[in-house]
Each structure stands twice: as structure tokens, then as C-alpha cells.
Design a protein around this ligand. Structure first.
Ligand code: OMP
Length: 291
């Protein structure tokens, strides 16, 4: 990333979605997928798998999202493979979202931010998934470093798994999820206000995103959560393998749908290792998102 005029993550994501559409392809090299692709379950195979996905869908996807857990399975060799995959995303001009779901007390959060969001870090990605369950403000080091370095975060809001409701729905009209959504919106208002004051013009999206599952159905309405007027990017996992469709996304998010980056992993990855088949699968998913 050049040191001169650095664009925000929100601006870069908006450009990528305007040009390529609203699809993020998850890079989740599960052991069963590696086997189905005829690969061993080792670090070299993770890299080959990931680079194949990147080559296949790099021009269709607004972003790719490597699932860090599946690299951690292979210890330092797996993380070294992830470093090379993140570097390859950057060289290919494809936004990378490291799905590590980090969250800790502020002093430790600063170290996670340093690892994933600092220029020059071997694991630097364009954005990182983070967990707010130690308190939204515990994420401050990541929020601040992301904005300072032209990167972003996606904060877990309403996750795609059914168990998430037992924590995230608590509080009714003042649910945990609604508070996270409001905190992200406030963060983006401040960022966009500073950008406008600095003469950067009006930016459509801030750099503090939310994770809201494609599978959440009517939960947004039930919890009284309104996303339409917010400048918050929304990462929506749950397409395909977890059962959600493009039509579900359009219904669930309504007027906020333009801010949604829909993400699918296994449903696309199972088409590999043929690059053409991966491309076709991503193309079909994109067509479903367009309606
Ligand atoms: O942060 C995420 O990406 C995430 C949040 C969430 O609520 N649900 C969810 O499935 N994910 C991730 O998104 C990916 C979904 O994979 P598939 O179900 O294969 O499409 C996995 O890497 C999950 O860890």
C-alpha cells in the first residue's frame, strides 16, 4: 500500500463492491475439502488451495476471507502459508479479510491489532474480524490502528449460528446486538466526519464493519435494529452451506443491502480444484446476489 494518500478501508471496499459485486469468497481449507481436491492435509497444501482460489475468483470477488483457524491447525508452517496467501492477495489487488475473531482486554488487543493491521506486519490483512464480548471499547486499539492504516475491522454483531442468539439477543429492545450495531455506527460517523473535515469529500462507508449472518431471518426487525441509514459495511456469512440465499439477504437487509458483503466458503470451494468450476460457482453465487 503506498505511503502517500491512503484511502480508507471503507472507500476501498465500496470501490471493490461497485466494480466486482457484493461477494466475498471464504478461503476455508477444511481437511475434507483438501481431500476432495486430492491434496494432503499439510501446510503446503493450504497454500496451494488458497492460491488456486485466489487465481480462480480474484476478478469476481470484492474480497477473500481466509479462515485463520484452518491455518493455525498446522502451527507455524500454517501461519507462514497464511502470510504468503495474504501477500498474494495484496499483490493481486484483492481485499483480504483475516477471519481470526480476535478480542481481548485493550492492552492485549493492541498486540492483536499490531499483528493483523500494522503496515509491515507479516500477517497484515486489509481487515480483521473481531469479537466485542469484552466490551466494544476493548477493541479501541484495533479500531484506531485500522483507521490510521487504511484498514478495517468487522465486529461480530448477530452471528450466523443459532447459538449466537443466546447472548446477542439478550436485552430485548436494548439487546447486546443493538448496542454493538449502534457503537459501530457511531464509530463510522466519527470517521466520516473527520474525513469530511479533512476535505476528503463524503465517503459512503466507514471502516468499522459488522458481521451479521445471512441466516438471521427476522432478528433485525424483532430486535428493532435499523441499518439503512448507517454507513456501516456488513459482512454476511451463511450463504450456501449454512442455508441462506441471495433472496434471503435482500429480504433480511432491505434498504441496507447495498452495504452488504455476502460471504460464502464451502459452497464455492467444493467446486474445486478446477479453476473454471470455482469461477462458475462464484459466478452463480454472484448472480444470486444480484437477484
Ligand atoms: O466472521 C465470520 O466470517 C463468520 C461469522 C459468523 O457469524 N458465521 C460464520 O460462518 N462466519 C465464518 O464464515 C465462514 C462460513 O463458511 P461456510 O459456511 O462454509 O460458507 C466460516 O469461516 C465461519 O467461521
Amino acid at each position: 500500500m503506498p505511503d502517500t494518500v491512503r484511502r480508507s478501508f471503507g472507500a476501498r471496499l465500496q470501490l471493490a463492491m461497485d466494480t466486482r459485486g457484493q461477494l466475498c469468497v471464504g478461503i476455508d481449507p477444511h481437511p475434507a475439502l483438501l481431500a476432495a481436491w486430492g491434496l494432503n492435509d499439510d501446510a503446503a497444501a493450504l497454500e496451494r488451495f488458497s492460491l488456486t482460489v485466489l487465481e480462480a475468483v480474484g476478478e469476481q470477488a470484492a474480497a477473500v476471507k481466509p479462515q485463520v483457524a484452518l491455518f493455525e491447525r498446522h502451527g507455524s508452517a500454517g501461519l507462514a502459508a497464511l502470510e504468503r496467501v495474504l501477500a498474494a492477495c495484496s499483490e493481486a489487488g484483492v481485499l483480504s479479510i483475516a477471519d481470526a475473531k480476535r478480542g481481548d482486554i485493550g492492552s492485549t488487543m493492541a498486540a492483536y491489532a499490531d499483528a493483523w493491521l500494522r503496515d509491515g506486519s507479516a500477517l497484515a490483512a486489509d481487515a480483521l474480524t473481531v469479537s466485542p464480548y469484552l466490551g466494544f471499547e476493548s477493541l479501541r486499539p484495533a479500531l484506531d490502528l485500522a483507521q490510521a492504516s487504511g484498514r478495517g475491522v468487522f465486529v461480530l454483531g448477530l452471528t450466523s449460528n443459532p447459538e449466537g442468539a443466546s447472548v446477542q439477543h439478550v436485552g430485548g429492545d436494548h439487546s447486546v446486538a443493538a448496542r454493538i450495531v449502534d457503537a459501530a455506527a457511531a464509530e463510522n460517523s466519527r470517521e466520516l466526519g473527520r474525513a469530511a473535515a479533512a476535505g476528503s469529500g463524503s465517503l459512503p462507508l466507514g471502516s468499522t464493519g459488522l458481521v451479521i449472518g445471512a441466516t438471521v431471518g427476522t432478528a433485525l426487525t424483532e430486535l428493532g435494529i435499523h441499518l439503512a441509514a448507517a454507513h456501516t459495511p456488513i459482512l454476511a456469512p451463511g450463504l450456501g452451506a449454512q442455508g441462506a440465499t441471495g433472496a434471503d439477504l435482500r429480504t433480511t437487509f432491505g434498504a441496507a443491502y447495498p452495504n452488504v458483503l455476502a460471504t460464502s466458503s464451502r459452497d464455492i470451494l467444493k467446486a474445486g480444484p478446477s479453476r473454471d468450476a470455482l469461477r462458475d460457482a462464484a459466478g452463480q453465487t454472484l448472480a444470486g446476489l444480484a437477484g
